[in-house]
Design a binder for this molecule. Structure first.
Ligand SMILES: N[C@@H](CCC(=O)N[C@@H](CS)C(=O)NCC(=O)O)C(=O)O
Length: 214
């Protein structure tokens, strides 16, 4: 059985939803680099970066990198529709998946861990790095929205990998609030994808609404 490493609020949401589309058997281990415990020990043993999502395949092969995991699942389970079958649509999905991973997800790594990208980082400098990376992230989402049309899904006729990754990664660092005013149609599209009956329960689990204070 496949094993997915991830936790609430993480990019494992996209992979969990994708695994449900495949219908394959898998189990989830609660793990993240910021959650010390047995899950993290297990995660570190398979992925030295200790990043999630990480997926251990049936044959013991380790997959990290969300775009690669999604492309692999699309290839291994073609009936899932994760990757479009038509060559042109598949090419655009590949472009979109790598765009989100290489540009948007990478910017979030800078926002979350500015000290990894600088030396002698005091809090004021860390905050300037975070602010700059966040501005860049929001521009990157604007360009994504302008570049990848929904027909009616980002992956084409069916819900696919690109929809799942875009919905997940746009959850962070104020991107949704930005898009709601900067690209309202794209923002509405993300909400529509998340309302899909397969996606909605997964996102409710990974992105629960904040608890009211008191
Ligand atoms: N390049 C990876 C990035 C994964 C990533 O940064 N995941 C975050 C959680 S959403 C993480 O595990 N961060 C912890 C860390 O880097 O220590 C991907 O595309 O999947």
């Amino acid at each position: 059985m496949m094993v997915l490493y991830g936790t609430t609020g993480s990019g494992a949401a996209a992979i969990d939803a994708a695994l449900r589309l495949t219908g394959a058997a898998y189990r989830v281990v609660d793990a993240a680099s910021w959650k010390p415990g047995p899950g993290l020990d297990e995660l570190r043993a398979v992925n030295p970066l200790a990043q999630v999502p990480t997926l251990v395949l049936d044959d013991g092969g380790v997959m990290s990198e969300s775009a690669a995991i999604l492309i692999h699942l699309g290839d291994a389970f073609p009936a899932s529709g994760l990757m479009p079958a038509a060559t042109g649509a598949r090419a655009q999905s590949l472009r979109g998946l790598v765009y989100v991973a290489a540009n948007c997800y990478a910017a979030i790594g800078v926002i979350d861990f500015p000290e990894r990208f600088c030396t002698d980082t005091d809090e004021a400098l860390a905050e300037r790095i975070r602010t700059g990376a966040r501005m860049r992230l929001h521009e990157l989402w604007d360009t994504f929205a302008d570049t990848f049309p929904a027909t009616p899904f980002l992956a084409g006729a069916r819900l696919g990998a690109l929809d799942l990754l875009a919905c997940t990664v746009s959850r962070w660092s104020g991107a949704r609030a930005h898009l709601a005013t900067a690209r309202p149609a794209f923002h509405a599209l993300l909400l529509r994808i998340e309302a899909d009956p397969l996606v909605a329960p997964v996102f409710a689990q990974y992105f629960p609404p904040p608890k009211a204070a008191g």
